[in-house]
Ligand binder design. Structure first.
Ligand code: TXA
Ligand code: MG
Length: 317
């Protein structure tokens, strides 16, 4: 298993150098942990795919430290995308934009657009700026899990998930538990209206309030692995909104009582707590060898939509 590093300044410089040398660095963001590589280094990027077991035509998000790097990776940015970037970056939002020549096919999965985001997480931002000092233009990073599995929200979960697939010079930076816990909102900005491809903590209300109407897409022409039906899945079978039997795992808001004989995996006080602890709860069910996890999805708009999206995908078999 890979060494888990603390996040002192020296450790972050070492991690930036590791990226420069073509190694992989798993790092915290406010959403989930990412598995990072230099997006201009094709062989480093190809290792992301082999470590994750991910099909090569699924595009990667490029993380950058500031909007000044947008023009390196993209062109023809629509006005509404600039407004979104201005308001919600750094933050849990990925914009899909028309790519520049720097965003090669091995990043975009042979599409003419590229996903980009500025994370709102100190360690991630420090790592990005140290890497940029070494001549980097950002870090390509999918969630640091095996393809189709639950995203990790702690460094230890990255180590459990990917430790045996990482190489001797790859690193995992420990930045504690991710504060949001579900992946970024993805917005396709290549059309005249924004299209929400994946709901997240930048909610549909926040998007409409800023830029007016948007579309949602379930049938996407561009490939987004989070849009495959089955995704974010633990080993256990996930069932939604039904009554749990003794021995099942159980996830629900704290105001919902624990049924007799079940293993309560999470009892979050509110939707923010639900998002933050959801993946930890699913993973803990697997660690305990629980066969079936029953989850009661939260109701309402906002972040609850992102939680329901992940639960529905976790429940698809
Ligand atoms: O919160 C997040 O977005 C995390 C952290 C690490 O930033 N990253 C993440 O990456 O969730 P990943 O690869 O696990 O999910 C990103 C999704 C994928 O489904 C990918 O296919 C889609 O974004 N995506 C990336 N670039 C794209 C593009 N050019 N067109 C369409 N979808 C794209
Ligand atoms: Mg992922």
């Amino acid at each position: 298993m890979r060494e888990i590093m603390d996040c002192t300044g020296d450790a972050i410089k070492k991690a930036a150098q590791a990226l420069k040398d073509g190694n992989l660095v798993a790092f915290p963001t406010e959403t989930v942990y990412g598995l990072g590589a230099d997006p201009t280094n094709e062989s480093a990027v190809s290792r992301i795919y082999s470590v994750k077991g991910r099909p090569a035509n699924h595009p990667l998000i490029i993380h950058v430290s500031s909007k000044s790097l947008l023009k390196k990776w993209t062109r023809d940015i629509p006005e509404y995308a600039l407004l979104l970037a201005e308001k919600y970056w750094p933050g849990p939002m990925t914009l899909i934009l028309t790519r520049s020549g720097l965003a090669k096919d091995f990043i975009t999965g042979f599409q003419d657009c590229v996903g980009i985001r500025i994370p709102y997480q100190q360690i991630a931002l420090q790592l990005l700026s140290e890497f940029e000092k070494l001549g980097g233009y950002g870090i390509a990073a999918p969630s640091a899990n095996r393809f189709g599995a639950v995203s990790p929200t702690t460094a230890n979960d990255v180590a459990i998930e990917l430790g045996s697939f990482l190489g001797a010079d790859d690193l995992i930076i420990d930045g504690g538990q991710c504060s949001i816990g579900v992946e970024s909102t993805i917005i396709d900005c290549t059309k005249s209206l924004p299209v929400i491809l994946r709901p997240g903590a930048i909610t549909s209300e926040m998007i409409t309030n800023l830029v007016g109407p948007f579309l949602t897409s379930n049938v996407n022409r561009i490939k987004t692995s989070g849009m495959l039906e089955a995704h974010y899945s633990p080993r256990a079978k996930v069932l939604l909104g039904i009554s749990a039997n003794p021995g099942d795992g159980f996830i629900a808001l704290s105001n919902i009582p624990t049924p007799q004989g079940v293993h309560r995996l999470a009892a979050p006080l509110d939707v923010e707590g639900y998002a933050k602890d959801l993946y930890i709860a699913l993973r803990s069910g697997d660690l305990q060898g629980i066969e079936t996890i029953v989850a009661i999805p939260p109701e309402g708009v906002g972040l609850a939509e992102a939680i329901r999206d992940r639960l529905f995908k976790a429940a698809v078999r």
